[in-house]
Design a protein around this ligand. Structure first.
Ligand SMILES: [Zn+2]
Length: 316
């Protein structure tokens, strides 16, 4: 949900530094109180197993006419806030129509609405909106997830939501750091105290879903988009969830191959052995979001995509 505090304050913020074609995480504010990613999500598995693909982002300028830059400047958001509309039955298109008509009365506006069928971006994300209180409005892109009525629709809607978020992180050369560059409105309320909203936590839980599981999905999309421009959450062979060891931890790793031009990756086979992936690799000295650890033949690997793993010998 959006909130109606429209006034901004300026706060000094940690810089996130972008290089040519990749990002660094050395200046990112450390995560505080972010729980580890949960092992399994039936919804994420459903998305992977059914090869659900996000739709493309529609850009159409809305009526919001209060143009202001972020604390760090125009075109310098620090991340994305995840909202949920709490309006059963309203599609993304319904919400766009409503907010374009009523924002001056509600003192609220967001960058985008997403449902199971559409991703509609209605305000240039180089500029801020009025969605989560004055502090967050000066820092973050804000997207509203619309409520749907079936598991399939929910899976499609969060696929679209995750894709939009991952795309925006990459557009602005931001790392994916759960709880820092991607936050729930609930996180914003707890961190800054400007609002008391808790979305989308309650709506997610009504589907047996959590922010940690959503972070896992965003991380997959983010890595795949960065690695090969793909919007799928798979990379070649899909992993059978039952064969994963289930050892999970939320983390960002930096990888480098001191003896080569790139960092090789592998895929796990059904028998637990690994096979080199020969057509893709990770750039040296790049950060990757990882959510699982697995071993083969005494070598420990960290997962960077659905079935793409990097040996910890390259983690620096
Ligand atoms: Zn909200």
């Amino acid at each position: 949900m959006v909130s109606n505090k429209k006034f901004m304050v300026s706060l000094a913020t940690a810089a996130t530094l972008a290089g040519a074609g990749y990002v660094t995480v050395q200046n990112v504010v450390p995560n505080v109180g972010i729980q580890n990613v949960q092992a399994a999500s039936a919804i994420n598995d459903y998305i992977a197993n059914n090869n659900i693909q996000p739709v493309s982002i529609q850009y159409e300028e809305g009526t919001f006419s209060n143009w202001f830059g972020y604390d760090n400047g125009v075109g310098k958001p620090e991340g994305v806030v995840v909202h949920e509309t709490a309006t059963p039955g309203a599609t993304a298109r319904n919400e766009v129509t409503y907010f374009n008509r009523e924002w001056q009365n509600m003192y609220s506006y967001v960058h985008a609405f997403v449902d199971n069928n559409e991703i509609i971006n209605i305000h240039n994300t180089d500029y801020g909106v009025w969605g989560a209180g004055p502090t967050a409005n000066g820092k973050y892109i804000q997207i509203e997830l619309c409520e749907v009525n079936s598991t399939d629709a929910f899976a499609r809607s969060i696929s679209n939501d995750a894709y939009y978020i991952a795309s925006k992180l990459i557009q602005y050369n931001l790392p994916f750091t759960p709880g820092t560059t991607v936050l729930s409105h609930n996180d914003v309320s707890q961190r800054y105290g400007d609002t008391n909203h808790t979305d989308p936590v309650g709506y997610f839980s009504s589907w047996g879903y959590s922010m940690d599981q959503f972070y896992e999905l965003i991380g997959q999309y983010y890595n795949n988009l960065k690695n090969n421009g793909s919007v799928t959450n798979g990379g070649g062979n899909s992993t059978n969830p039952d064969t994963d060891t289930g050892v999970t931890d939320s983390n960002t790793i930096n990888v480098n191959n001191a003896n080569g031009d790139y960092v090789p990756i592998v895929a796990f086979q059904d028998d637990g052995s690994v096979k080199n992936i020969t057509n893709r690799a990770l750039m040296n000295k790049t950060p990757w979001y990882t959510d699982k650890t697995r071993e083969s033949n005494g070598v420990t690997y960290r997962r960077v995509a659905t079935n793409e793993w990097v040996s910890t010998q390259y983690v620096i």
